[in-house]
Design a protein around this ligand. Structure first.
Ligand SMILES: Nc1nc2c(ncn2[C@@H]2O[C@H](COP(=O)(O)OP(=O)(O)O)[C@@H](O)[C@H]2O)c(=O)[nH]1
Ligand SMILES: [Mg+2]
Length: 310
């Protein structure tokens, strides 16, 4: 057969928009889906035998990336209304100055077994860098610790915890980045992010990346957040960050936080809950591993004692 003519058709919906296959499989966003996710996450608790009552989930990232707004989105998803408990805003020095844990409350008043921990933005002016992160990850800093841009944390820092328990350690970390500015990060911030990433992985913690402000990527995305997993521009941003940081794309979560809205949005809740699910899952793995390690050490020390006695 000799082809002399070929017509190519694009499939579009009734609204005239082209339809793409989703680049990430996901259930349709609806109130039922949110209910399903909240019911899945609410009963989760740290593994038995770990002596830990709350997962400790840490958020880090450059100033104004959307860390505090993400916590508000999670609080809103469980409360079923728009919550603005955590102060947010654009400021060169960043609005958040301390290491602050937030508890998540369901609409019925019950608390989830986790702390979502907010931090000041990574940067020279905030006092958050890889050195201070090291102390934070290992559980040496008390809740509400205020970082100083002039002095690193040391043994003499106020409230320094010399022998932290597993419950005081950080169990999983999310690096929160503004999708719309991720290509323009300064070399200093890029270097800081890479140092932090190396440190986190060295401590056996896996990294989740939360890509905020996806509504700023394209007007169509802002108009229809439910189609995010069909937009190639979001997929490209996820792939780019995954490549830049050397972490798998399925650890990268695009989100849209509440910014100007006063009414709840199913998509905002769905994004927040999907990212939270990954953070909890990773925290659970870390706790299980650390609990098994300490069990092995205890068992190991028992054997030595026996042979000593013999
Ligand atoms: N358009 C848009 N703005 C956002 C989003 N997330 C956060 N913001 C805004 O970005 C600014 C910085 O957010 P904030 O949560 O304080 O960032 P933080 O410094 O990382 O804690 C605030 O003005 C937020 O309202 C988002 O998903 N979309
Ligand atoms: Mg903040």
């Amino acid at each position: 057969m000799v082809v002399t003519e070929m017509e190519v058709y694009a499939v579009s919906g009734a609204d005239g928009k082209k339809r793409h296959r989703p680049w990430r499989k996901c259930s349709d966003f609806s109130d039922e889906y949110i209910k399903l996710l909240t019911e899945e996450l609410a009963p989760l608790r740290p593994p038995n035998g770990s002596d830990v009552t709350n997962f400790c989930l840490l958020l880090i990232g450059p100033i104004s990336g959307g860390k505090s707004s993400f916590i508000n989105a999670v609080l809103s998803a469980f409360a079923g209304k728009v919550i603005q408990k955590v102060a947010v805003g654009e400021s060169e020095q960043g609005v958040t100055k301390r290491y602050v844990p937030y508890q998540v409350r369901q609409a019925d008043g019950s608390l989830l077994r986790l702390h979502l921990c907010d931090t000041p933005g990574l940067g020279e002016s905030s006092g958050m860098d890889a050195i201070n992160l090291h102390f934070l990850l290992d559980g040496h800093l008390p809740h509400w610790y205020e970082f100083s841009p002039y002095r690193h944390v040391s043994l003499r820092s106020v409230g320094f915890i010399s022998k932290p328990t597993l419950a005081q350690e950080i169990h999983s970390v999310a690096l929160v980045l503004d999708t719309s500015t991720v290509s323009d990060l300064s070399p200093t911030i890029k270097c800081m992010i890479n140092d932090c990433k190396r440190l986190i992985l060295e401590k056996g913690i896996q990294l989740v990346v939360i890509l905020t402000k996806i509504d700023k990527l394209h007007k169509d995305i802002a108009d229809d957040l439910a189609d995010v997993f069909k937009h190639q521009v979001v997929n490209a941003a996820v792939e780019k960050v995954s490549e830049m940081l050397g972490i798998p794309p399925n650890n990268v979560f695009p989100v849209k936080n509440y910014h100007s809205e006063v009414e709840t949005e199913v998509a905002v809740h769905a994004f927040a809950l999907m990212a939270l699910r990954k953070l909890i899952c990773m925290a659970s793995d870390v706790l299980e591993e650390r609990t098994n390690d300490s069990d092995d050490r205890t068992a190991g020390s028992g054997e030595v004692k026996e042979s000593d006695t013999a």
